[in-house]
Ligand binder design. Structure first.
Ligand code: BTN
Length: 312
């Protein structure tokens, strides 16, 4: 109703006529929108005007014009949780559908990769865990993290015009600072995936980071100088994840790999890969069709790296 209005007032009568309902129904709908977090000004003889959305997520806004079949069609929204990953695991075990998203305005114990913490201050970012039930073999699961990294990079580019880079396997950076990270957790048996949880943390409107993160983390607000729509960004990500997952399931990783390489940092550069088995130094040659990083050591040997922290 408000999407085509710009910043103007629209009378209750006009809305009622256009939608073919009573003035009373409009009044009730405005009330519900306000409860959902929309700021709507109402002035006698002028009508209603959408001032802006508050800093709260609302399900109706997240679902409005969302162009997906599954991802984001079921949303569970929380004010404050320890970690959306924990809730997503519980919901998945209870049978939550493919594409269900658990979101929170704040996480008190957000989890990062390699048992790190993930800072998730209130109302500033997108802290969400998506439950996926892909119809693939467990061995085909690791590239899904890279699929999601591409979807996030494309969405940030579309929303802000900034071209982010991807640092293998799944950090999204602007310049040298991290904007987003992905934590993938898999519940499977030898032959079957029960479910995957894709945890995504995106620093959208964070104004300032704690001292220890200042030199390594940034937000879209800091990088663009403007507050960004968390709702629009979440919708873009869901739409792109759904599209890219479909490509991956039908055609394998090769088409996604090309997209991933267009955002990736450091191919052909000297890097250090810190793995649980030890640290390797060499030239990053690229990734395989399974998403595994290939590192060329000084003796010319190529080592496959499955999981690591990369230093450039
Ligand atoms: C990383 O880069 O280390 C991954 C960070 C993942 C953070 C997200 S925020 C939503 C979800 N819940 C968590 O506790 N972690 C992930």
């Amino acid at each position: 109703m408000f999407s085509s209005m710009g910043n103007e007032y629209i009378s209750g009568q006009q809305i009622a006529q256009e939608l073919g309902c009573s003035r009373q129904a409009i009044w009730k709908a405005m009330d519900e929108l306000r409860q959902d977090g929309f700021e709507i000004e109402a002035i006698r003889r002028k009508g209603y005007r959408l001032i802006g959305n508050s800093d709260q997520f609302s399900k109706s806004e997240l679902l409005y014009q969302l162009n997906t079949s599954h991802i984001g069609q079921v949303i569970e929204l929380y004010e404050s949780v320890s970690s959306t990953q924990i809730i997503a695991h519980e919901k998945a075990k209870d049978g939550a559908k493919h594409g269900t998203v658990i979101m929170a305005e704040e996480q008190t114990s957000g989890r990062g990769r390699m048992t790190r913490q993930w800072s998730s201050p209130k109302n500033t970012g997108i802290w969400m865990s998506t439950i996926l039930r892909p119809t693939i073999h467990p061995q085909e699961a690791p590239p899904i993290t890279l699929v999601v990294a591409v979807a996030i990079a494309q969405s940030i580019e579309e929303l802000t015009g900034i071209i982010p880079t991807i640092k293998w396997p799944n950090d999204i950076l602007v310049g040298s600072k991290k904007i987003a990270g992905i934590l993938t957790e898999l519940q499977s048996e030898m032959d079957v995936i029960h479910y995957m949880i894709i945890g995504t943390g995106i620093n959208v409107n964070t104004e300032e980071f704690p001292e220890e993160l200042k030199s390594i983390a940034s937000s879209l607000l800091i990088e663009t100088g403007e507050k960004q729509s968390r709702v629009k960004l979440a919708q873009l990500i869901w739409e792109k994840v759904e599209k890219l997952l479909d490509i991956y399931e039908k055609h394998g990783f090769a088409p996604i790999k090309l997209l991933w390489e267009s955002y990736v940092q450091s191919i052909g550069q000297e890097i250090q890969a810190r793995t649980l088995q030890g640290t390797y130094q060499g030239i990053m040659r690229g990734i395989t069709d399974k998403g595994v990083l290939e590192l060329e050591l000084s003796n010319g040997r190529i080592v496959p790296i499955y999981s690591a922290d990369i230093e450039i």
